[in-house]
Design a protein around this ligand. Structure first.
Ligand code: F6R
Length: 604
């Protein structure tokens, strides 16, 4: 999830682009750069770290010109470094890119075989070389020529010395808007970057290509000119940062279909699942006999679901540890033990310490992480990135569901390498995973139901969340989400465990949220709920669309489409997030920055 800003007009491009990039700071920074075109010459400046580093460098070496592109990077392919920062310049063209080019490896091999010399590890540079190698009369024609060669989700903006007033861009499953000015026009990945200059925007559609000059905007789809409506945006700058949502958490809940698609993207070629960043040799995967998942908070809940995945799919015994506990217990690990820290930030102190201990004892360590080249990634032998994009809200949402998808991929990968699953079986699992974003879109469309529920229930002092099997961790996660952002006391329990104590809590004041989607233990869970209902507990059930049996048993019924049981936690997490979000919002809590909490816990 990078930020893009481009300008073509009569004013100096550099300050406009730099100011625009600053407005995208919430997208996360690891490096940034700007390229402008002046007197038929391309110049660029790139810097590692936050935008201030770029700003300082530009103060030393300002860029002249009234056309340019800029970029803030959230690394996906290649660690944060100056060579990996955008723009990438090859020949007469400079480009910036947001997204993932799925087939960049094979393209790069081919380009290198024909003499292209790469300076970075990025997928983006592949596009820059393609534009150079296949150049036609204009940049626009060149872009048309190379687009059929690239696969993935991307938005790209480019400038070229051969066409010194034209910005060219393309959007494919990654955001890109055109801002309209007077004798000047803009392009950006997000509206906030341009609000200081315009309120009139064209929202490009997937597959759109645009050629933008100071006086004109021409848009093409499948090579044919098309008209797109101009929309006037009335958002305040702070609402614009949140994509028009009231809070980052709500925005991030809604980003989950995209985040899941990006996590799955480019891993399966129709025959083989490839997780090359794991950096494990076939022998190393073959020798895995035990797995330890280590994490904190929500990431630990992801680990609890991951245990089910790894044991059921890969048939390897798994332990799941809270990192702050793992650090101080005797660790029985050896070279056949795979230790998997799970962490959104890659900076959690307890998880980092646990990892170092495990490494010292001789374990192989591969991390499931959302932040490229974070401290924990750097300490690990390999990594599986979640590609959720920066998560700003303190309460983890899209990082969690993408962690579940990543752990599912890990289980499939080990099963594949240990010859437990053949390619057809893997393909079937992948197809089921790939169907999830659309299912989650359906759940998101039902948002209003959760808001109505929260309106009635936000004053209750206690909540209980129940689940079983794959969805027991979802009950834990539902309770954690609610308590951390609404400050309501909530507990998550395995429903079969109720009778061993917590049932004493049930009375007519206790909402009990039950995750009751289709499962092998559905009937058992229903009997547990009968026990709750018999004690006047307020049953709030999350069930599948086709399940009509809850009318009498439950006070409120939420429905989600049915998916295979193993994948149901990924879908069921979303209603838990909505319940917590709307309850907290009705209570007037600071949803994105709850009291006493920090996004990264970098102290013990
Ligand atoms: C809860 C939450 C925290 C984090 C935990 C670990 O919504 O976000 O419980 O999951 O602090 O953080 P990471 O995953 O960054 O290691």
């Amino acid at each position: 999830m990078c930020g893009i800003v481009g300008y073509t007009g009569k004013r100096a491009a550099m300050p406009i682009i730099l100011e625009g990039l600053k407005k995208l700071e919430y997208r996360g920074y690891d490096s940034a750069g700007i390229s402008t075109l002046h007197h038929n010459e391309l110049t660029h400046v790139k810097a590692l770290g936050k935008l201030i580093a770029l700003e300082e460098q530009l103060a030393q070496e300002p860029l002249a010109g009234s056309i340019g592109i800029g970029h803030t990077r959230w690394a996906t392919h290649g660690k944060p470094s100056v060579p990996n920062a955008h723009p990438h310049v090859v020949g007469t063209t400079a480009i910036v890119h947001n997204g993932i080019i799925e087939n960049y490896k094979s393209l790069r091999t081919e380009l290198e075989a024909h003499g292209s010399q790469f300076l970075s590890e990025t997928d983006t540079e592949t596009v820059a070389h393609l534009l150079h190698v296949h150049r036609r009369e204009t940049l626009l024609e060149t872009l048309f020529a190379i687009l059929p060669m690239i696969r993935g989700a991307y938005s790209i903006a480019a400038i070229d010395t051969r066409d010194p007033h034209t910005l060219v861009c393309v959007k494919q499953e990654s955001p890109l808007v055109i801002g309209l000015g007077k004798n000047e026009n803009f392009v950006a990945s997000d509206i906030p970057a341009l609000l200081a200059h315009t309120r009139d925007f064209i929202f490009l559609e997937d597959g759109d290509v645009a050629a933008i000059t100071p006086e004109s905007v021409s848009i093409y789809h499948h090579g044919q000119p098309v008209e797109r409506p101009i929309k006037t945006v009335s958002w305040s700058p702070s609402a614009a940062e949140k994509g028009g949502y009231k809070h980052f958490m709500l925005k991030e809940i809604h980003e989950q279909p995209r985040a899941l698609r990006d996590t799955l993207r480019g891993k399966f070629d129709g025959k083989t699942l490839q997780l090359s960043d794991l950096a494990l040799t076939p022998q190393e995967v073959a020798s895995i006999r035990r797995i330890q998942l280590v994490a904190c908070g929500t990431s630990w809940h992801a680990g609890l679901v991951g245990k089910y995945y790894l044991e059921q799919i890969a048939r390897i015994p798994v332990e799941v540890d809270i990192a702050s506990e793992y650090r101080y217990r005797t660790k029985v690990v050896d070279s056949s033990t795979l230790v998997v820290p799970i962490t959104q930030s890659g900076e959690t102190a307890d998880t980092l310490a646990a990892l170092k201990d495990a490494k010292r004892e001789g374990a192989k360590v591969i991390t499931v992480c959302n932040v490229v080249d974070s401290s924990i990634v750097r300490e690990s032998h390999g990594v599986l990135y979640t590609n959720a994009g920066p998560e700003i809200g303190v309460a983890s949402t899209k990082a969690f569901t993408t962690q579940l998808a990543a752990l599912y991929l890990l289980a499939l990968f080990i099963a594949q390498e240990q010859k437990r699953l053949d390619s057809a079986a893997i393909a079937e699992h992948i197809a089921q995973l790939e169907a999830l974003p659309a299912v989650i879109e359906t759940v998101l469309e039902r948002e209003e139901e959760y808001k109505n529920f929260a309106h009635t229930f936000h004053d209750y002092p206690n909540f209980l969340f129940l689940g079983r099997s794959f969805n027991f961790p979802i009950a834990l996660e539902g309770a954690l989400k609610l308590k951390e952002i609404s400050y309501i006391h909530a507990e998550g329990y395995a429903s079969g465990e109720m009778k061993h104590g917590p049932i004493a809590l049930i009375d007519a004041q206790m909402p009990v949220v039950v995750v009751a989607t289709a499962s092998a233990v559905y009937d058992k869970l229903v009997s547990n709920v009968e026990e709750v209902a018999a004690r006047d507990g307020i049953v709030v059930a999350l069930v599948n669309d086709a399940d009509t049996s809850w009318g009498k048993k439950a006070h409120t019924v939420f429905r989600v489409p049915e998916v295979p049981e193993m994948l149901s936690p990924i879908v069921n997490a979303v209603p838990m997030q909505f319940i917590a979000y709307y309850v907290a919002d009705f209570k007037g809590c600071d949803v994105d920055q709850p009291r006493n909490l920090a996004k990264s816990v970098t102290v013990e």
